[in-house]
Design a protein. Structure first.
Length: 101
């Protein structure tokens, strides 16, 4: 069985509550190498860029609405921090794509 099929099978076993140690041992007994086993158990990285961008724009707009007070400035700063996280996530995804090529 190929790695992607085995990965889906392992995910199903983990959802059913089978301990990962038992799964690892069964994979070793089936002849999978340690590299393949770590590839199967590698967690998925989610792309959060859209959520950061939408949340930062919404927070900044709330801050603009409340601008005459100090609270509006603080809310806009929080929105700016979210934009900064969006930028960092974009750079991380680009670096990851370059590494994979």
């Amino acid at each position: 069985m190929d790695l992607t099929g085995k990965k889906k099978q392992v995910q199903g076993l983990l959802r059913r509550g089978v301990p990962d140690g038992e799964i690892r041992e069964s994979l070793r007994s089936e002849g999978f190498s340690e590299e393949e086993i770590t590839e199967i158990f590698k967690p998925k990285r989610y792309d959060m860029r859209d959520y950061y961008l939408i949340a930062s724009i919404a927070i900044i707009l709330c801050g603009v609405y409340m601008l005459p007070g100090l609270l509006g400035i603080l809310i806009m700063l929080i929105g700016g921090l979210m934009l900064y996280e969006y930028r960092r996530e974009t750079l991380r995804v680009k670096q990851e794509q370059q590494r994979n090529q």
